[in-house]
Design a protein around this ligand. Structure first.
Ligand code: GRF
Length: 220
């Protein structure tokens, strides 16, 4: 069973999906720590409710990024051993110092189809760009912002009558599926990374598909 640390800054719906999938044994893992930089993060209540240790490390209490990251690393060590760190709406960029000193791999969920629309407003940026499809991505964290090797992605359509809220909700529903799945691959030791490419041992193939959005009328 792997021991997981989940870093959050907000509501923690992805945290909840990881909790649920550990509890129902879809993931052979245990959340050993929920860490947040925001005292008011609702995800802390979720951790408490499920008896999961939590820790608040407020970046505003530190004069440098390195000191902030040292405090996070201390918290991780105290709750260790940790096999995987999952960023789930954690709104701080981790520096190379953290990556170098982290005891394990770090993965992140991003609400767009990377490499399009990295950064903090993935859904909004895809929406405003006028994309007809968007989605979400789970990837390894490297030194760039949302640039690491991709583990799994989900695609959703963007309709003409969507609002940013309807699009966010459609993407979030998929996030709750792909994040636990990525963690499950990791827990089962099925992930191999070759350069930028991630291979999943015994991956279940989807059927080949092509989608056109909006649906063509005269050419079906
Ligand atoms: C999600 O949209 C995730 O993709 C992004 O931050 C949001 C976190 O939502 N990185 P929640 O706190 O898990 O509900």
């Amino acid at each position: 069973m792997i021991r997981i640390a989940v870093f959050i800054s907000g509501s923690g719906t992805n945290l909840q999906s990881i909790i649920d999938n550990c509890e129902n044994k879809n993931i052979d893992g245990q959340i050993a720590l929920v860490l947040t930089n925001e005292k008011a993060a609702y995800g802390i209540e979720r951790a408490k409710k499920h008896g999961i240790p939590h820790c608040i490390v407020d970046h505003r209490d530190f004069s440098s990024r390195e000191d902030f990251e040292k405090a996070i690393l201390d918290a991780v060590t105290r709750h260790g051993p940790i096999d995987l760190i999952c960023l789930a709406g954690f709104m701080r960029v981790l520096t190379p110092y953290f990556l170098k000193n982290a005891p394990c791999k770090i993965i992140n969920i991003h609400p767009a189809l990377l490499p399009s629309f990295p950064g903090t407003h993935g859904q909004q940026d895809a929406f405003e760009y006028g994309e007809k499809f968007s989605g979400c991505t789970v990837h390894f964290v490297d030194e760039g912002v949302d640039t690491g090797p991709i583990i799994i992605q989900a695609v959703v359509p963007i309709f003409s009558d969507d609002t940013i809220e309807t699009l966010k909700a459609r993407i979030l529903a998929q996030e709750h599926k792909i994040y636990p799945q990525a963690i499950r691959y990791f827990a089962e030791g099925r992930i191999e990374i070759y350069g930028r490419k991630v291979f999943i041992k015994d991956e279940k193939k989807i059927d080949e598909f092509s989608h056109i959005n909006p649906r063509p009328e005269a050419f079906e």
